[in-house]
Design a protein around this ligand. Structure first.
Ligand code: EPZ
Length: 430
């Protein structure tokens, strides 16, 4: 398994191109299943999760290309779907696979999708997805770890009241409703920018959707959707992650393509911590000259502070002056990065869903282990500011959500390199 070695202490200075949003690209790829015409997506990040989704769609019969060239475009053609099963060996590696359920059911009237199982950050049930599809007339049967879903004729529009705000459930039902008979109203819908991006693409494909960006989305089903060309929005979590890296090193970095309007809660917290964030013609500039101040953070559904930025902020606040309190309200086990940051000298104590962070002054390099996607990037952020060398194991977690991370950070002066498993075997053998 690859490792990443970082020697900390260099302020990051320069500019970093922000890639397309993973959490927009994944549902957009499943939207291709809703039509027999070609869907072309541009600005698709080249990530492990994108390849996993491509493999999943290909085994359904979608013909597609992986993101090509500078424009990172990929075309998807679902005119020859010949398999309605999403197998366990794929779904267990990437929970977003469950997003094929709504489109397959809506267009073909049947789907067999493995239950995703839990993951490092929580049990992550999909009861909200299934309840909503049943309300639309689907028969759902759970057997031997699979969801067996079918509908006699066509899904019917329904009024759906989500008990909890769920990004995935909103996306699954939004896509299913596009081809359902009649009107579907989603109440308490998630309104993340990635959901808006999906909705705009569905509209371009001929879907009739109102209320985009609000917690009440109304969809009037149509007979069929057609092809379209859609450009994926910039990744606000990647941008926030690199902003934290710039800040913790006392750097000055421009995040090319970052969109401030998608990051208001994150920008507010950066500014409260004494970090300057300003909009530029090309994106966002993050500059940290003085000391970082401790602040309190509570994660919440959009437009609140994103849970996907919690681990990164914890790394940043571990070198702040004073104490900070971080409360995770979305997932029940999203503190796997704490013991690893503690190995680097961070002073963090977890009480239930809250963590108290006392500024530890300087962090020290250490051998640490990535446990999940955002935990792994929080270790990179800490390592960039730590004294000495940090070796991060299991970086395959990182590759799921960050494209060319070492290259992007290296361009700004970071002392970072990837040690591929072949190299490390050679080193050990030497
Ligand atoms: C999406 O996951 C993102 N993934 C996650 O990003 C992100 O952390 C999460 O939304 C919250 O913003 C993608 O978009 C691919 P949820 P999702 O359904 O859809 C509970 C990353 O790092 N819930 O909004 O799975 C659930 O357990 C990843 O890029 C139910 O109880 O999240 C959680 O506590 C990590 N029943 C809460 O809702 C359900 O049926 C929010 O989950 C569904 C969810």
């Amino acid at each position: 398994m690859d490792k990443i070695r970082i020697i900390g202490g260099t302020p990051l200075v320069g500019s970093i191109p922000i890639s397309g949003a993973k959490n927009a690209a994944l549902p957009l790829m499943t939207a291709a299943l809703l039509t027999d015409e070609k869907l072309v997506l541009s600005n698709v990040p080249y990530l492990a999760d994108i390849v996993t989704m491509a493999n999943l769609l290909a085994q359904h019969g979608v013909s597609l290309s992986l993101p090509q060239g500078k424009g990172r475009s990929m075309s998807l053609d679902a005119s020859n779907i010949n398999n309605l099963t999403a197998p366990y060996e794929v779904v267990r590696t990437m929970r977003a696979s469950v997003l094929v359920l709504g489109p397959l059911l809506a267009r073909f009237g049947a789907a067999k999708v493995s239950l995703p199982g839990g993951c490092a950050i929580g049990t992550r049930p999909i009861d909200l997805h299934l309840k909503a599809l049943e309300a639309m007339g689907a028969e759902i049967d759970l057997q031997d770890g699979y969801i067996h879903a079918k509908v006699a004729s066509r899904l019917k529009g329904a009024v759906i009241n989500f008990e909890k705000i769920s990004v995935g459930a909103t996306e699954n039902i939004l896509m299913a409703a596009c081809l359902a008979e009649g009107k579907t109203v989603l109440h308490n819908a998630a309104c993340e920018p990635e959901i808006c991006d999906l909705a705009y693409c569905l509209q371009a494909m001929g879907a009739e959707i109102q209320g985009i960006g609000t917690d009440t989305i109304t969809v009037t089903g149509v007979e069929a959707l057609h092809g379209a060309h859609h450009t994926v929005i910039a990744d606000r979590i990647e941008a926030g992650s690199f902003a934290a890296a710039a800040a913790i090193t006392g750097g000055d970095v421009e995040l090319l393509g970052a969109r401030a309007e998608h990051m208001t809660a994150v920008i507010e917290k950066f500014e409260a911590a004494g970090i300057s964030v300003s909009e530029t013609a090309r994106g966002l500039r993050v500059k940290c000259e003085g000391r970082i101040q401790g602040i309190d953070i509570m994660t919440a559904p959009y437009p609140g502070f994103p849970t996907d930025m919690q681990a990164q902020m914890m790394a940043l606040l571990s070198v702040a002056d004073g104490a900070s309190m971080v409360t995770e309200t979305i997932f029940e086990n999203r503190y796997m990065h704490v013991p690893e940051l503690t190995r680097m000298g961070a002073n963090i104590v977890v009480h239930g869903s809250s963590a108290m962070i006392r500024g530890a002054g300087k962090l020290r390099g250490a051998e640490v282990m990535a446990t999940d996607l955002r935990a792994s990037v929080s270790l990179v952020i800490a390592a960039l500011a730590a004294e000495g060398e940090t070796l991060i194991h299991r970086v395959y977690h990182l590759d799921r959500g960050y494209e060319r991370l070492e290259e992007k950070l290296g361009l700004c002066g970071a002392n970072i390199e990837r040690i591929t498993s072949r190299q490390s075997i050679k080193t050990e053998a030497a």
